[in-house]
Write a protein that binds this ligand. Structure first.
Ligand code: NDP
Length: 280
């Protein structure tokens, strides 16, 4: 895909570009989702992160179709749900997602959770490799994988995951996992970048002062920190004014000192499910 010149992007191990900032649509109801994605596309967002389990792929698809934006200017991610893991069920699940999205291919297809108790992530990964070879997913990756889960797919497969999408925010920075996967060229995507609203970002020491210094909100500072850390990030909102706010992060730069202050906010504070427990 072509990332607009005024946005930031990273290069995947497929050589394709991924816009670093997008919109996530977890917990966005199907009826609200179409309009919020349309609004986002109008504002300039070109990257949408959905999943089969969010039950809003059809709404995302309707918004894409209505927007009239050429397909090669969009980056669309969806994810394989746990119950669909397996050699034979994975291709069916992707085709269902594509039909709902009204697309011929997704830019990125992820295994949503390793779901270790199901023990099907390796079989699913091998199926994803086939789907990539068939052109149905331009890039493939994983989500919520710990190093031990990554090692299993690396050993069994012949394609290195392009992405690992994991919980990551200032109070939970995933330094060890990132140190493991960076030498492998696996890009980290941050879910819950605003802590899912489960803790007050204003409690993080020094964050309010940094925001005031830049005339930005604390959320904009946190999102800018993600971008400068080399992460991919897609905050969720159902409010148009916040879509604009979350996208207005390309016109300022955090200093080295400010970046260091945010790094020091790491507190091993996970707010979501641990990957070993995501076996639904
Ligand atoms: P976020 O950290 O993006 O937080 C979303 C919350 O923050 C919502 O309550 C939203 O409220 C609020 N919010 C958004 N923008 C602002 C703002 N500028 N100021 C104040 N509050 C704001 O959490 P998510 O869990 O949604 O994570 C983002 C995306 O990551 C998801 O949508 C999904 O695509 C992906 N994800 C993936 C997971 C995985 O297992 N792979 C798990 C969880 C998420 P409001 O909508 O009212 O504005």
């Amino acid at each position: 895909m072509k990332t607009p010149k005024d946005q930031l992007s990273l290069t995947l191990n497929t050589s394709d570009q991924i816009p670093q900032l997008g919109l996530g649509v977890f917990k966005v109801d199907d009826d609200v989702c179409e309009q919020i994605v349309l609004d986002a596309l109008e504002i300039g967002y070109r990257h949408i992160d959905t999943a089969m389990i969010y039950r809003n792929e059809a709404a995302v698809g309707r918004a894409i179709a209505q927007s009239g934006i050429p397909r090669d200017e969009l980056f669309i991610t969806t994810k394989l749900w746990n119950a669909d893991q397996g050699e034979e069920t994975t291709p069916v699940a992707l085709q269902t997602s594509l039909d709902l999205l009204g697309l011929d291919f997704v830019d990125l297809y992820l295994i949503h959770w390793p779901a270790p108790l199901r023990d099907k992530s390796v079989a699913s990964w091998l199926a994803l490799e086939q789907l990539r070879a068939a052109g149905l997913a331009k890039a493939i990756g994983v989500s919520n994988f710990e190093p031990e889960h990554l090692e299993q797919v690396l050993e069994a497969g012949s394609v290195v995951p392009a992405i690992n999408q994991v919980e990551l925010h200032p109070a939970f920075q995933q330094r060890e996992l990132r140190a493991f996967q960076e030498p492998l060229g696996i890009i980290t995507e941050a879910w819950g970048p605003l802590g899912q609203g489960k803790y007050e970002l204003s409690e993080l020491p020094g964050l309010t002062e940094i925001a005031e210094a830049h005339g930005k909100s604390i959320q904009q500072i946190v999102l800018r920190w993600h971008l400068q850390e080399g992460l991919v990030v897609f905050p969720k909102t159902v409010r148009k004014e916040r879509l604009v706010e979350n996208f207005s992060v390309f016109d300022f730069v955090l200093s080295e000192q400010e970046m260091a202050a945010l790094v020091a906010m790491d507190a091993d504070r996970r707010v979501g499910t641990h990957p070993r427990d995501g076996n639904w």
